[in-house]
Design a protein around this ligand. Structure first.
Ligand code: GLU
Length: 449
C-alpha cells in the first residue's frame, strides 16, 4: 500500500468517503497523493485553499440514458458517462471507452489520470473521460452506428471545440469516431472538426494519431533505456493486448530492432518465438475484428495460443502492458522480475496494480507509468486540434517528429522532477509531481475554481 503523508491523509479519507465503492478511482487518487508528500513538505502552500481537495473533485459529471435498437428490432438501454474533470489548462480532453465494465468509478479514475497526463504533455488541454457500458463485441456495423448516434444525441450538448474534446479509447476507434462526428454535425449543423479527435484522414484527422499512443510509449521506454546505456535492439519484448495501443507499440519496437514474442486479448495470449507477425495481427484485429486465438490457427507452426493464464509468464527483457487497468498483478511482477525484466512501459492506463509497481521499483526495474508513457496519443490529439484550428494538415513525418519531441520532453521532465525531489529514477513520483504542479499552478492563477 502506498505511504501517505499525514497532512494528506485527511484529504484521502474524504475522497474515499465521498466516492464510496469506486475502487479504481481510489487507487488512482491514492497513487498521486502518495507522491505529493514531498511536494507539500517543500511547498506547504499547496495545502492552502483546499487546492488538492479541489483537484480530486471532478468539475462536472454527466450520466445519461442511451436507448438504441438492435438488429432484431429490440430496444436496448445502456448508460453513458462524461466526466469533465479539470479545465484549468484547456478544454476537457480525453477518450471515450465502450466496454461492459464501464461505470462511474472507472471513468473517474481515467479522467483523473488524464488530467495529469495532459498536463505532462505541456499542451493546452484539460482532463476528461467518457464512455458507456455498451459491449461492442459481436455487434454489427449497423448496431455500432445506431449506438454511436444515440450516444452522441445526448453528448453533443456537453462538448465543443472550446469546451470538451472527446476521442477514442477501448472499444472506440476510427469507425466509432466517424459515426459520432457525423451525428454531431447533423445535430449542430456545424462542421466543427475540432470537437473530436482520432478522426479519419478524409474528414480532418491527423496523420500519425492512430499510431501515436503505441509509438509514443516506445519512444518513452527507448529514452528510459538510454539512461542505462541500452536500447531495444535485440531485446525480447512482451506486449499485452492487441488493440490500437498494442499494435503500434509492436510496430515501433520492431523498427527499433526489438523482438516481440507475445501479445494477447481478454481471452488468452499467443506466443511466437520467431517473433509476432504484425501484419497477421493487424488483419485479425483491424480487418476481421476476430479473437487473437485466430493467430495461432492461421500462423500454424511456431505459434501457440494459451487460453486464460497470464501473458506475464512469458520471459522478456521489456514488458509493455497495453491492454487495460490492473492487468498486471503483484504475482505477475514477481514472475517478470524473476525472469530478468529490465524495463516496464505502461501503454494502457494504470495496467499495473500498486503491488506490482512496488515490486518493480524495489527490484530496480525501470518503470514508466501510463500517465507519462502513454501520453503520446492525447498529445497527438492536441496536434490534431492544432491542425483543425489552422485548417491545415501535416505530413506523417512532421507529426511523428513532434510526437517524438513531446515524448522526449515528458521523459525528461519526469526524470528531472524525480531528481529534484530526491527520488532519482522514480518516474511515478516524477510524473505525479510534474503533472500536479502544472495543474495546481494554473488553478491557483485562475482564482477559486
Ligand atoms: N484515450 C486516450 C488516452 O487514454 C487518448 C485520449 C485523447 O486522445 O483525447 O489518453
Amino acid at each position: 500500500m502506498t505511504q501517505i503523508d499525514e497532512k494528506l491523509e485527511p484529504i484521502l479519507t474524504e475522497v474515499l468517503r465521498r466516492n464510496a465503492g469506486e475502487v479504481e478511482f481510489h487507487q488512482a487518487v491514492c497513487e498521486v497523493l502518495g507522491s505529493l508528500g514531498r511536494v507539500v513538505a517543500k511547498h506547504p502552500d499547496y495545502l492552502d485553499d483546499a487546492l488538492i481537495e479541489r483537484i480530486c473533485e471532478p468539475e462536472r459529471q454527466i450520466i445519461f440514458r442511451v436507448p438504441w435498437v438492435d438488429d432484431k428490432g429490440h430496444v436496448q438501454i445502456n448508460r453513458g458517462f462524461r466526466v469533465q474533470f479539470n479545465s484549468a489548462l484547456g478544454p476537457y480532453k480525453g477518450g471515450i471507452r465502450f466496454h461492459p465494465s464501464v461505470n462511474l468509478g472507472i471513468i473517474k479514475f481515467l479522467g483523473f489520470e488524464q488530467t495529469f497526463k495532459n498536463a505532462l504533455t505541456g499542451m493546452p488541454i484539460g482532463g476528461g473521460k467518457g464512455g458507456s457500458d455498451f459491449n461492442p463485441r459481436g455487434r454489427s456495423d449497423g448496431e455500432i452506428m445506431r449506438f454511436c448516434q444515440s450516444f452522441m444525441t445526448e453528448l453533443h450538448r456537453h462538448i465543443g471545440e472550446y469546451t470538451d474534446v472527446p476521442a477514442g479509447d477501448i472499444g472506440v476507434g476510427g469507425r466509432e469516431i466517424g459515426y459520432m462526428f457525423g451525428q454531431y454535425k447533423r445535430l449542430t449543423n456545424r462542421y466543427e472538426a475540432g470537437v473530436l479527435t482520432g478522426k479519419g484522414l478524409v474528414y480532418g484527422g491527423s496523420r500519425a494519431r492512430k499510431e501515436a499512443t503505441g509509438y509514443g510509449a516506445v519512444y518513452f521506454v527507448e529514452r528510459m533505456l538510454a539512461t542505462k546505456g541500452t536500447d531495444f535492439a535485440g531485446k525480447r519484448v512482451v506486449v499485452s493486448g492487441s488493440g490500437n495501443v498494442a499494435i503500434y507499440t509492436m510496430e515501433k519496437i520492431l523498427s527499433f530492432g526489438g523482438i516481440v514474442v507475445a501479445c494477447s486479448d481478454s481471452s488468452g495470449y499467443v506466443v511466437d518465438e520467431s517473433g509476432i507477425d504484425l501484419d497477421l495481427v493487424k488483419e485479425i484485429k483491424e480487418v476481421r475484428r476476430e479473437r487473437i486465438s485466430e493467430y495461432a490457427r492461421l500462423k500454424g507452426t511456431g505459434a501457440h495460443y494459451i487460453e486464460g493464464g497470464s501473458i506475464w509468464d512469458v520471459a522478456c527483457d521489456v514488458a509493455m502492458p497495453s491492454a487495460t487497468q490492473n492487468e498486471l498483478t503483484g504475482k505477475d511482477a514477481r514472475t517478470l522480475v524473476k525472469n530478468g525484466v529490465i524495463a516496464v512501459g505502461e501503454g494502457a492506463n494504470m495496467p499495473s496494480t500498486p503491488d506490482a509497481v512496488h515490486i518493480f521499483q524495489e527490484a530496480g526495474v525501470l518503470f514508466a507509468p501510463g500517465k507519462a508513457a502513454n501520453a503520446g496519443g492525447v498529445a497527438t490529439s492536441a496536434l490534431e486540434m492544432q491542425q483543425n484550428a489552422s485548417r491545415d494538415s501535416w505530413t506523417f513525418e512532421q507529426t511523428e517528429e513532434r510526437l517524438a519531441m513531446i515524448m522526449r520532453s515528458i521523459h525528461d521532465i519526469c526524470a528531472e522532477t524525480a531528481e529534484e525531489y530526491g527520488a532519482t529514477g522514480d518516474y511515478v513520483l516524477g510524473a505525479n509531481i510534474a503533472g500536479f504542479v502544472r495543474v495546481a499552478e494554473a488553478m491557483r492563477a485562475l482564482g477559486l475554481i
